[in-house]
Write a protein that binds this ligand. Structure first.
Ligand SMILES: *Cc1c(COP(=O)(O)O)cnc(C)c1O
Length: 356
């Protein structure tokens, strides 16, 4: 640490993203939950035509993208705010809405804790059950803003809407941010509760189900009052946080419902095949409602499996942490990628059960 660096940040341990190989055409990349499909052709066209106007600033109110998001979810445009990736929206919530600290699960999206520490937000940890499920009763009597990924990461396990509603109703003075990064792959969304619970913020992203991870777009849905306060934070941080190309691409992507339905259904079909193939090879696989599965190999050594797959040109995510070491997280790629992964797995654990 340099002597000029703020001593208050001495303990900062930044988020470590999954590996992004450079120019390596032959790698099968199943480590960061990206979509195997390109963006919607309509999004590509809309983004391309924005390039020649980049001499101008982007719309600081992001109004037409907000309108498209609001239309697709049947909420008012004044309920929507847009972030440079949902990571930025998470940061806005941590900066502006966590006077009483933040409540996080022990196993969840790692960025919450990192970002909280950057902004000096106190965190308390609520452990998941042994089977990685969440009991919303465990938040009883605890103060602070809840950050809850549903489906959770890296487990893929989803909470039913009834449990989210119980959590919202149990303390209406406590804000609950439900991070629905993966909700389009089969879980129930809390957006339907927005009008009923002023203590709810839903976070979404274009990175997974909209095939736009590199476009950096996320958004929140909440009461108009909360949305206005998120905008106060955003406009005090970076009023032009969404570039013009991303605004155009996002709008076209969200209006292309046909492409969205086709690609997410394909992912859900491939997830079933991946789960089935891994189980046949002797893995235990958690019940996933996301575009990845969290699976434990027959020898329960996730680290060694990740290494062996890497030697075969296949990247998966391994978390070298308590409770997670027995697993790897595998993104649901294209059908061909998943077949290649299953072939490699069967070779590694060869002699076990065949995948035929
Ligand atoms: C991927 C992911 C995000 C981040 O999404 P971006 O929009 O790409 O910043 C947020 N939350 C969870 C749980 C995620 O898995």
């Amino acid at each position: 640490m340099d002597a000029f660096f703020d001593g208050r940040l001495a303990g900062l341990r930044p988020y470590v993203p999954g590996e992004q190989p450079k120019g390596d055409m032959n790698v099968i990349k199943l480590n960061t939950n990206e979509s195997p499909f390109p963006p919607s052709p309509k999004a590509i066209e809309a983004g391309s035509s924005a390039l020649k106007k980049l001499n101008l600033y982007s719309d600081p109110t992001v109004s037409s993208l907000k309108r498209a998001i609001a239309d697709s979810l049947n909420v008012g445009a004044d309920c929507v705010t847009v972030g440079n990736g949902s990571d930025e929206s998470i940061a806005f919530l941590l900066v502006g809405f966590c006077e009483n600290g933040a409540l996080l699960n022990d196993i969840t999206y790692g960025f919450y804790r990192v970002c909280a520490s950057l902004y000096g937000v106190r965190t308390s940890i609520v452990p998941l059950k042994k089977d990685f499920t969440i009991d919303v009763g465990d938040y009883e009597g605890k103060k602070g803003t809840i950050f809850l990924a549903n489906p959770n990461a890296p487990t893929g396990i989803a909470l039913p809407l009834s449990a989210i509603e119980r959590l919202l109703a149990s303390d209406q003075d406590r804000l609950v941010a439900v991070d629905e990064a993966y909700v389009d792959f089969g879980a129930e969304s809390a957006v339907s509760l927005i009008g009923k619970y002023p203590n709810l913020v839903v976070l979404r992203t274009f990175s997974k189900s909209r095939s736009l991870a590199g476009g950096r777009l996320g958004f929140t849905i909440s009461s108009p009052a909360i949305a206005a306060d998120i905008e106060r934070v955003r406009n005090s941080f970076n009023p032009y946080n969404i570039d013009m190309v991303a605004q155009r691409m996002g709008e076209a992507a969200i209006r292309d419902a046909e492409y969205f339905e086709r690609t997410r259904n394909e992912i859900m079909r491939t997830r079933a095949a991946l789960t089935e193939g891994l189980k046949r090879a002797g893995f235990s696989v958690l019940d996933s409602k996301a575009n990845f599965v969290f699976a434990s190999p027959p020898d329960r050594d996730g680290g060694s499996l990740a290494k062996k797959l890497r030697e075969r040109g296949i990247l998966v995510r391994f978390f070298d942490e308590d409770r997670l070491r027995e697993f790897v997280r595998v993104t649901v790629g294209s059908e061909g990628q998943v077949q290649a992964l299953l072939a490699a797995v069967n070779e590694i654990y060869g002699g076990a059960k065949s995948n035929a």
